[in-house]
Structures are given as structure tokens and as C-alpha cells.
Write a protein that binds this ligand. Sequence first.
Ligand code: FSA
Length: 430
Amino acid sequence: ALASKSSKILIVGGGGTMGSSTALHLARRGFTDIRILDVYPIPSKNSAGYDLNKIAGADAIGLFGGSSDAAWDAWASDPVFTPYAHDVGKLDLSTGDTPRAKRLREKYEKLKSLGRTDVEWLANEDDIKRKAPHLKNADIAGWRGLYCGTGGWVAAADALNSVGNELQKLGVKNAFGSSGTFSSLLLKEDGSVRGVKTIDGTEWEADLVVLAAGAWSPVLVDLDGQCVSKCWVYAHIQLTPEEAEAMKGIPTMYNDKYGFFFEPREDSHLLKLCNEFPGYTNYQTVQPFGALKPIKLSVPRSHAQNPTDTMPTESLDEIKRLIKITLPHLEGRELINQAMCWCTDTDDAQWLLTEHPRFKGLVLATGDSGHTFKMLPVVGKEVADLIEGKLSEEKRHLWRYRPGAGDPNGTGRGGPDPKDLSELDGWKHD
Ligand code: FSA
């Protein structure tokens, strides 16, 4: 075990998805001295989870998928999460006879063979429109894909906030603002970690430090190039109450080429839409803790700190295309609340969940790879298992420190290198 129940534990960036979940699992297991450090209070405005809705479901397969089923079970049964889970179903669609359509078909067969009765194969436009009457005017000839009745979406920031309230009840401490903003690790003479220094000069002593700073992780501590932070974008349409009512209960619709959107929020009647693309980087020269010299890294640009930023014109155009194709009655509506949301990709899209080999006493809980919010209820269990020495051999291998390992099994995002924000127009408004 890396710590015992009475160990002093600091969670850096703990106001987001992986960190708050880790605190929840540790506190529920009886760890008594946990403190979250973050720039912002939970739900941290720097977290990708600071959002109206995120996709969640129970349709991933494999080891990761094993935990994705468990995640939906927790969304549907744990009182901290149930109010934020919207079980409206999911459409995972592809356009034409694509390799992805083939993979979706295989996934459908696999889920069927596992006895799942909530999945259906939608072979054509008519099948899709039967499941999704709100797409009745959509121009989706040739589309096909998987319908999954379990899952749908989760109210992301609200769920994080709920975890924050629970942590308070469980006695988890915190420090936000300048006393919660990481400046460096504090090391013992033997090179192991004895705490964290924050930008106001506070020295927080700890037996174990967890780095769960999402897209900021590789910028704070040198991770030997294993995580590349990228942003994705979203915009909202302000619907009228009547328009929102008409779309109530619609399944989440995802298309790997055109993007995705969600059931409108009941409280604000906001409809969230995203395009799908390989993300954008923001390369800068920085020196993370542990790097011997300044290096080029993609550095997240906090939306909270740059609230007037919108999104690159090409992304905006893609979102307009998504609307034109799928929801033509909303064409031309103003796209408000445009924002960028930062994730950090590993090559194989598996988490980086391990002790840092150069800094004993530093646990890395990062590498979300854009697919971790749906795991909010369970990702912290894996971190807690690592800390308690209970993680299986298989998982330890999957989530090990692995610079240069690449993507031998093709589980990662692949594709071309993402564009850099510096090459793009339209997003900067300050
Ligand atoms: O089911 C899911 O894990 C949804 S991922 C949603 C998304 O916006 C991606 O589509 C995008 O490519 C990036 O990974 C961020 O997350």
C-alpha cells in the first residue's frame, strides 16, 4: 500500500472529475486526512466536468467497458449521483458504410451476446427516426448505428457539486484560490515527495500527493510526454420553454463525423451542441516540475480565466452544419456560451494511474483521454485501489507509467495530429 487510513493525503486539482472521485472513494473507505487543492472550489471551473451535460452510458466493452457498466450502475443507484443521471438512451451513429459503422455493428453483436436487451441495431434512416422522432426532418440518409436504452447523459457540473457536498459531510478538507494553486512539489532528501507548495508560498505537508489536475497535469509535473492536452468546444442554443418541452426525453445523439447534442436542460432550456474533431492543442514553452529545462507542451487555456474566448470559426461552422443536418428548424439560431473544454490524451486512451517513478509518494491520476466524465462515480475506486495496493496486475499494467509505449492495440484516438490554436481564427476575443 502507498498509504494507510491515517495518512495525510493531498489531491492536486481535486476539484475536478478524477480528483473529487478519488477523495470520495478514499473518504468512504475511512481515510481521515484528505485535502483537496484546486484553483477553484468544487465544481472546479477548470475541470472539463464544469459543463451542463456529458455523455454517459453502459455500452463500452472490454476492461474499460467493464468499469463503464459499473459506472452507469453507480449513476443509477448511488444517491450522490442519481439526481444527475438522465436515462434517455443513446444513439451512436455513423454515416455510411464506414469502418466505425462496422465496429458499432460488432459492438451491437457483442452486447447482444452478453444478454443485453436494451440495445438495437438501427440499419437506416427509418430505423433511426423511429427511435428519435425529433430527427424527423433530419437529412440522414445512409446513417446507421447502435441504440442503447441504458444511459444517456449526466448533468456534469451539478454532479461534481454533489460530490463536493458529500466530501464536506465526510470531513474532506480543501484549499482553493492561491493557496490551492500548485507551484511545486516538496521533496525529501531522498527525492520522495513530502508535500506541495502553492503559489501563495504555503507549504502543504503530506504523506502522499495525488496529481489529478486533468489537462493541467503534464504542465505541472513532467510526465515524459505521455499526456497531450487538447480542447474540444461546445455552444448552446437558448430554446423557448415550448421548444425544450418538444425535445424532452430525446436520446443523446452522437455521430463521429458531425458531432452530438443532448436533451435540453429542464432548468435553463439550453441545448448543448458539439462538433467532433481531433481536438486543438495550444503549444507553449513551459517548465513543469521535474523537467530539466523548458519544453514545448500543449498548455490548457482556462475558459474561466479567459471568459471572452469563443471557438475557432471552423468549429463553429461544423456546429452550424450539425444543426442544419439534424435539427433544421433551429438553423440560424444564435450560438451562445461558446467555450473550450480541456482534456488530456494518452496515446492509447487509457488512464495514467500509477506512482511517478521519479517521485515516490506522487500518485498520477490523469490521462482522461476525453472519456472519463462518465466514469465519475467509479474512477476514484481505481485510484483508491492503487493507493491501498489492491489494483489487479492487469490494471496496473494497463495504467502504468509508459513513455514511448505508443498505441500497440489501436485503442487510442489515432488520426492526424490536432491543429494548434495558434493556426486558427475566430476564437480569441480579448
Ligand atoms: O462517451 C464518451 O466518452 C463521450 S466522449 C465526448 C468527447 O467530446 C469526444 O467526442 C471528443 O472527441 C473528446 O474525446 C472529448 O470528449
